[in-house]
Write a protein that binds this ligand. Sequence first.
Ligand code: BES
Ligand code: ZN
Ligand code: ZN
Length: 502
Amino acid sequence: MEIKLNLGAKEASDADIVVMGTFSKTETKGKKEVTVPALTGWSKECKDILNSFSATKNFSGNKGEHTTFDWHGQHVHVLGLGKKSDYDFEAARRTASAIYNNLKNEGKSIAIQMDQFTAKGNLEKSCAAFTEAIIMTGYEFDKYLSKKKTVKFDTLIFDSKAKKTGAKKVQKAIDDAVIVAESVNTARDFVNEPPNVLNSETYAKAVVNDIKGVKGVKTKVLGKADLKKHKMGMFLSVNAGSAFQPQLVHLTYTPSKVTKNTKHIAFVGKGLTFDTGGYSLKPGGSMVNMKFDMAGSATVYGAFRAIAMLGLPIKVSCFLGMTDNAINSNATMPDSIVTAKNGKTVEILNTDAEGRLVLGDVLTYASEQKPDAIIDSATLTGACLIALGTEVCGLMGNDKKLAEGLKKAAAATDEYIWELPIIDEWRNDMKSNIADLKNIGGSRWGGTAKAAAFLENFVGEAIPWAHLDIAGCGDSQGHLPYCPKKGASGIMVRTLVELARQ
Ligand code: BES
Ligand code: ZN
Ligand code: ZN
């Protein structure tokens, strides 16, 4: 899609469709309070046209209302935006999604009167929100459909009366939003790929291929022999029954200018290309969709990709632990005791609690790089859906400041996150009487944070660490118009990029 910015615009650009917007306001007519379109920033001519029919067509500027008129041979769509005080960047995103979904096959070019859709008086951020939402809404996973979905709309124009001198800044906000939204879509693509196509080996290759040529990025892939050398007994135990090599993808992004103040964050992602449960086999119904068990790795990869492409002044390492959890005669049996990279012994009582085994060793590996903070992301527990529903990302960790930073970043990008505690009782519950740890707790209760209590054992001394459980929010987020009704959401990519920006 081509995106054009037209500042200093006196009129709407020449396009197949012109989109205008209006808030609503209340007026007193006689003794009655009525809601009418506010039409702020509208030209006298357009105001007159709209006022001539708004009452008869019951158009008051309320949220979700829509009307049309023709003007100088152009087809104008008018959207009601509701109360101005309720219109924020998330409202802007949802409005942009509605524009895309309703008009994508009505014309090739759409010119948006952006001054009428600006939230919080911030044109830059509003154009970014629109761009981001339109690219995320336009996402389709139609690779395997014989008949591809076609969309007429291919040119988006932002018209604004704002001074041309501000163009550079607004353009940069748009360009950056394109990078972030395309990285969200890249993450979605990886997650939606089926397990007969995306296995640990093809996944690792695809990631390396995707990031090729991005400035400041170095890549390294560790295979089975390397993992043995690193004594990653937990990671290897999950891979024991697999037809494919385990892969630990290690990416680094170094910004062009590095000083002693340059921060270094490490991302760690669970990349289970399929989770059958292993010998603790999942029932058929729960196994379906377990191709999405690599969403944690796709999420941190998406964020890494965006941060590197944006050229942010922060060093980022990204560690993706890839394998499937499959069964053959070599597969790990429950009751096995393995030794982690950091020397701790772990009794595996349930081979379906495999994500923590992979992540544990990768967290130790990441800690060796001595980053200033580690953030892992994983579809770790079904219990997270019980605790927080399918919409909210679980947050746990060992560092207040890092957790607060993530909450702030999530709030800034309008993604839902909620922190769960890790308490000593749960730490104790993860101890085994015949090994240092066991991989499941003694009861189902608090399963999400008990998994975090397990992970905590593998984070290097004094390294701030946060764990994101995206078991719910990584999958279909049908309530969000810019997420596909079904399939990977890409949620949390934007939050992680925002954190790196802070
Ligand atoms: N990949 C699953 C977690 C999961 C379940 C994500 C459902 C999304 C939806 C994970 O590997 C797993 O199976 N966890 C077990 C842990 C249990 C055995 C302690 C679970 O949640 O049931
Ligand atoms: Zn599992
Ligand atoms: Zn899993």
